[in-house]
Design a protein around this ligand. Structure first.
Ligand code: ADP
Ligand code: MG
Ligand code: MG
Length: 252
């Protein structure tokens, strides 16, 4: 099984240190949730792994099966089996969702091993049905502005089509009504298994009622300050974050 290791990660934005040494190890087969108050660096963690140019990694490493992810180009990260949230070919106009998905799948494959069109369509139909998506979503142009809910569903569709080794999902639950939330969770639960690992970043415990994480981590002030199992997220739901601050002597 593959392993994604985040070791002593320090990240700065515009010279300001946001992540102050994050350590996390995710194995395939495991779902990890990262929770924490607003502004504690959760999205910064996702963006740094994603390779967003604005986020400077000043110390530490991210390794996928021992390979340095931070030295890879963004498309190489995807090819190596990391899914880093919704991807848009924003510079290309006139690309349908379906075209984009097919080229993204083929980009992960060796030359000569491209997915056959019939296989692709079958898989796309199956997954769109599963996610209760309108079939016309596949022929819509990516740049033509999906709604918030459509974007989240589409993100999960991308995930199901690409079947990455690891998915890093930031706030996939934000702004979703309960039906959309259930569908998004259903997709992740479908992928769950020996060949998939995920880091699910969420501000709210709500999502974790539908996706039971194996591990829960709390981030505060740029560090993982507490880790536990599912019971940790339930306690956070009931009691908020103050008890952790008190336990650790953290001041706001
Ligand atoms: P979270 O996802 O936990 O809410 P973020 O990672 O978005 O937290 O933000 C962590 C800190 O970094 C916050 O103090 C925020 O103001 C700051 N920050 C985030 N993005 C930027 C940015 N693009 N430029 C400057 N500061 C930023
Ligand atoms: Mg935020
Ligand atoms: Mg965030």
């Amino acid at each position: 099984a593959s392993v994604l290791e985040i070791k002593g990660l320090h990240v700065e934005i515009d010279g300001k240190e946001i992540l102050k040494g994050v350590d996390l190890t995710i194995r395939q087969g495991e779902i990890h949730a990262v929770m924490g108050p607003n502004g504690t660096g959760k999205s910064t963690l996702a963006q740094a792994i994603m390779g967003h140019p604005r986020y400077d990694v000043t110390q530490g490493e991210v390794l996928l099966d021992g390979e340095n992810v931070l030295e890879m180009e963004v498309d190489e990260r995807a090819q190596a089996g990391l899914f880093l949230g919704m991807q848009y070919p924003s510079e290309i106009s006139g690309v349908t969702n379906s075209d984009f998905l097919r080229s993204a799948i083929n980009a992960q494959r060796e030359e000569g091993d491209e997915i056959n069109l019939m296989q692709f369509i079958k898989k796309l139909d199956k997954n769109m049905n599963y996610l209760e998506m309108d079939l016309d979503m596949s022929t819509r142009y990516l740049n033509e502005g999906f709604s918030g809910g459509e974007k989240k569903r589409n993100e999960i569709l991308q995930l199901m089509m690409l079947e990455p080794k690891f998915g890093i999902l930031d706030e996939i639950d934000s702004g979703l009504d309960i039906d959309a939330l259930k569908v998004v969770s259903k997709g992740i639960n479908e992928l769950r298994g020996e060949e998939f690992g995920a880091l699910i970043i969420t501000h709210y415990q709500r999502l974790l009622n539908y996706i039971t994480p194996d591990y829960v981590h709390v981030m505060m002030q740029g560090r993982v300050v507490k880790s536990g199992g599912e019971e940790l997220s339930r306690r956070l739901e009931a009691e908020g974050y103050d008890w952790i601050k008190e336990e650790l002597g953290i001041e706001d």
